[in-house]
Design a binder for this molecule. Structure first.
Ligand SMILES: [Zn+2]
Length: 454
């Protein structure tokens, strides 16, 4: 029956009120995403990291769940995955380094202009609902990743990175801020920036694990201190009136491997075998081998199959996989997509041949510093990271707890803030397999306002 006159107007007014109330409730949600850089799931223990271990074990959402970092397990690729909610094959940050096919040189990968998908900060601004976003990152390079890029990417409303820290508050070699400093900045953003979304990167565990090895007394002590500092921060958060609408997601961008063997320089292995014309880039546990643009197909196939044979004879290399099927070597049998369909790194910035180092080894082509590291990461063995959800907002039990990946956590955080799916900056559609899923139980579901229509 169609309502008439005043009755219909009243119902419309009430429906509008209900909608506004629902929006108000939605806008109240606050989400913190905290990345403890380099915290391997295996290193979250009652002995060393009691706060995190307890929060992980007792969370009502998927207790003890491990998330799978995206491949390669590098800082830049995983921060891009968490901030976009899509896999590297879409956002284009396929590691920390790349051989640029246009300039034919090695370069770092991970500035705002390298990102090919909207970040959560860009989506929030596009939606123009007044959501406020902020970030406090211990690594200056993450400040660059989430900076403005013309009209393509929007930075957080408030961005703090280690460049703003005093000399005494950051490591002099890396320039990374100490966690205590980053958390002071985060606290200030909570108090003064009224952020609905706050991203925090804590870099101490990563920095010390690289320099001293992940199982060194220094790394253990650093994990202990970071756990304690984070515990103090969360206790403070819990005293605030807005805690009841706050959800905190804690995870890591990758785990760690202890390097016990000499560094692999794959270009030297290629040279020693007389194979010329390929470029090699190391990225810790992963290596990329590139064909120069314009290599004729027939020559490309031969070069790559020779490189793969050399790789498999090189000490410390576990796997060598093609980006495209190689008719002279098994067709599609040895492609990344057929061997590791869940890696999602089919992007032109990935090598035409991708190498995986064995445990205890690292590939260092093109880097002056990687060879010095005694802890590193990049391969599939460093994918297991904690996924911990806590907070004052209601948290559900979760489903599919054994199948959580970084892209899912990224997309879920967006959804908790009521944000739509990310878009590719060039307008391409994002395939379902490359888009993170919204995980159940993490986002508080606002109870519908009690409105009864007459
Ligand atoms: Zn990292």
């Amino acid at each position: 029956m169609v309502g008439t006159g005043p009755g219909r107007r009243l119902r419309r007014a009430l429906a509008l009120t209900a909608l506004l109330l629902a929006c108000a409730l939605e806008a109240e949600a606050r989400v913190l995403l905290i990345v403890v850089d380099g915290l391997d799931a295996r290193e979250v223990t009652d002995e060393i990291t009691p706060m995190l271990a307890r929060a992980w074990r007792t969370s009502s959402w998927c207790p003890g769940t491990r998330s799978r970092a995206s491949m390669p397990t590098r800082t830049n690729s995983n921060h891009a995955t968490l901030m976009t909610g899509v896999e590297p094959e879409m956002h284009g940050i396929t590691g920390n380094a790349v051989w640029d096919r246009r300039t034919r040189s090695v370069r770092k990968l991970g500035t705002a202009s390298d990102l090919e998908t909207e970040t959560i900060f860009t989506i929030a601004r596009r939606e123009a609902r007044g959501l406020r976003t902020a970030a406090a990152v211990g690594k200056p390079k993450l400040g660059l990743m989430f900076s403005a890029d013309g009209t393509r990417q929007t930075p957080p409303d408030e961005l703090w990175d280690a460049r703003a820290a005093s000399d005494a508050s950051r490591d002099e070699v890396t320039g990374y801020a100490y966690d205590a400093t980053t958390l002071v900045a985060a606290r200030s953003l909570v108090e003064h920036a009224a952020a609905d979304f706050l991203f925090i990167n804590l870099s101490d565990v990563d920095r010390v694990s690289h320099g001293s090895g992940p199982y060194s007394p220094q790394a253990l002590e650093t994990r202990r201190r970071t756990d304690a500092a984070l515990g103090t921060f969360l206790e403070w958060m819990a005293t605030r009136a807005d805690w009841k609408s706050t959800t905190v997601v804690i995870t890591a961008d990758h785990g760690f491997d202890a390097i016990t063997n000499p560094p692999i320089r794959f270009a030297e292995a290629l040279n020693a075998n007389g194979l010329r014309g390929l470029a090699a880039v190391g990225d810790g546990g992963i290596g990329h081998v590139y064909l120069p643009p314009g290599t004729p197909d027939g020559r490309a196939v031969g070069l790559l199959s020779s490189a793969r044979r050399i790789a498999l004879e090189t000490p410390g290399i576990e796997e060598a996989l093609y980006r495209r099927p190689n008719p002279s070597d098994g067709g599609s049998v040895h492609t990344i997509t057929s061997v590791h369909p869940d890696w999602h790194i089919d992007h032109e910035r990935s090598g035409d041949l991708v190498l995986v180092a064995k445990l205890g080894w690292q590939i260092v082509d093109g880097s002056a510093v990687e060879a010095q590291l005694i802890g590193n990461h990049g391969g599939p063995a460093e994918r297991a990271v904690p996924a911990i959800v806590l907070g004052g907002a209601p948290i559900g039990a979760g489903t599919g707890c054994d199948d959580v990946r970084a892209a899912d956590l990224g997309r879920t955080v967006q959804a908790c803030l009521g944000l739509p799916e990310p878009r590719q900056l060039d307008g391409r559609a994002i395939p379902t397999a490359a888009l993170g899923r919204v995980l159940t139980g993490i986002c508080p579901t606002p109870t519908a306002p009690p409105v009864t229509l007459p």
